[in-house]
Write a protein that binds this ligand. Structure first.
Ligand code: GLC
Length: 433
């Protein structure tokens, strides 16, 4: 049997999940939620946000700062108070310049350098004549002390800026705003992007119960009906990217071993945009003989989720777009049609596994909040994988439906675009109520 066929057979065994596999995973996710909620050791941190769902009546003008590890986004958002909002201004800048002029993601950057850069971005869209409350979406595991104070527990998504882990992120931001002369901008709330996505969806729709990001990183938050001793509603940031009870493969282990934080974020490393390209690259190096691999393809993280999306959209019979991509992007001219087909199939398997793992985690949450599926539930999702990866959203829907049969129409999923940014404005409004 040719090498590609043998490797593909193994990949299918490891990557295709049956409905039973999904249900087992969702049950184990639910167990991890319960342990985390009760303060027992769990891969799920279950971090309280100090926020509940908005009712759509919140209003006012707010700055929203969205820091997720790839870009810094600043929005000026007006909440109209009737479940409607308008984004009046927006600005987005990458943390790492493609031309190599700057990079604010590594341990060579200090906390002050990063926050001065962020404050300079805020300065670009602040109207000079107004006092403005600022909501901050900071998309990393953070222990909240209240709505406006959070300590970064640890970096994820390969960020490694020095001097921020263990520190109060709001204080670092406030000091940088002062240094930049932005004395009229006042941070009033800090949230995770999953919380922001859930807040935005709840502001505009009923029944929103989960906010999730399927993009560079992966994580979900949900509305807990009875939070600990308070017994009241609380949005919980699960940090579900750290879930680790998963059937992982050698490729996942190789990627993890070479990452910034081995042993952490195993679900995120198996599903999210930051890592999918690298998983495909590792598979490729196995799929074809060594002499068919170029030095470029031997470079860690050379492939990205965009490459995967490109591969999946080639519908030509001879996969001629992939052939062109191999030459231009990877400097490889000698792959047969069988090799190209194997490459496309491997990419499909990876994306399918990612969406199935994510759907299993949503099923775990629904099992927790409504085991008999008596009510309708909307899962609000933001992020490039969900929005753009061919087949991703459809696979999530299919897996949810397979699990729940006829009752499945009670669960809907949908894109909540800009949810993480707009959610920061909603959080600011809730903080000032
Ligand atoms: C990572 C972060 C998490 C964030 C997610 C999506 O998993 O740890 O806080 O929500 O990425 O951006």
């Amino acid at each position: 049997m040719p090498k590609a066929a043998t490797v593909l057979d193994e990949l299918k065994r490891a990557f295709l999940l049956t409905n039973k596999d999904v249900l087992l995973l969702s049950a184990s996710f639910h167990q991890a939620m319960l342990r985390g909620l009760h303060g027992q050791p769990s891969p799920l941190k279950m971090l309280p946000s100090f926020l509940s769902a908005p009712d759509g009546s919140e209003r006012g003008l707010y700055l929203a700062l969205d820091f997720g590890g790839t870009n810094v986004r600043v929005l000026l958002v007006e909440l109209h108070g009737n479940s409607q909002y308008t984004i009046l201004a927006r600005r987005q800048t990458q943390l790492k310049d493609v031309g190599g002029r700057y990079d604010y993601t590594t341990s060579l950057t200090s906390a002050d350098e990063l926050f001065d850069f962020i404050a300079s971005e805020v300065a670009q869209i602040v109207p000079s004549d107004k006092d403005l409350p600022l909501g901050h979406t900071f998309s990393f595991p953070s222990r909240q002390q209240d709505i406006n104070n959070a300590l970064l527990i640890n970096w994820t998504k390969e960020l490694a800026v020095s001097g921020i882990e263990g520190h109060n992120v709001t204080k670092l931001l406030a000091a940088a705003l002062m240094r930049t002369g932005l004395t009229r901008v006042r941070p009033v709330a800090i949230i995770n992007d999953t919380v922001g996505t859930l807040l935005t969806a709840a502001y505009t729709h009923q029944n929103s119960c989960i906010g999730s990001i399927c993009g560079t990183g992966h994580n979900s938050a949900y509305l807990e009906p009875h939070y600990r001793t308070t017994d009241s509603e609380m949005i919980i940031n699960m940090e579900s990217g750290n879930f680790d009870k998963l059937p992982l493969t050698n490729y996942d282990c190789m990627l993890d071993a070479a990452s910034e934080k081995p042993g952490h974020q195993l679900l995120e490393k198996a599903v999210s945009g930051r890592y999918l390209g690298e998983l495909l690259r590792l598979i490729l190096c196995d799929l074809v003989n060594k002499d068919l691999i170029s030095p470029l393809l031997s470079t860690p993280y050379y492939l990205s989720a965009e490459d995967i999306a490109f591969i999946l959209t080639d519908a030509t019979p001879a996969l001629s777009n992939i052939a062109k991509w191999l030459v231009e992007r990877c400097h490889i001219g000698n792959w047969s049609i069988e090799d190209r087909l194997a490459l496309k199939e491997a990419a499909e398997l990876l994306v399918n596994r990612s969406a199935s793992f994510v759907a299993a985690s949503y099923l775990g949450v629904i099992q927790h909040i409504d085991p008999e599926l008596e009510r309708n539930h909307h899962i609000a999702i933001d992020g490039s994988l969900f929005e753009k990866m061919p087949g991703y959203a459809q696979t999530i829907t299919r897996v949810l439906h397979n699990a729940h049969g006829v009752k499945a129409n009670k669960i809907t999923t949908g894109l909540t675009k800009d949810g993480s940014g707009v959610g920061a404005a909603i959080a600011a409004a809730l903080a000032l109520l």
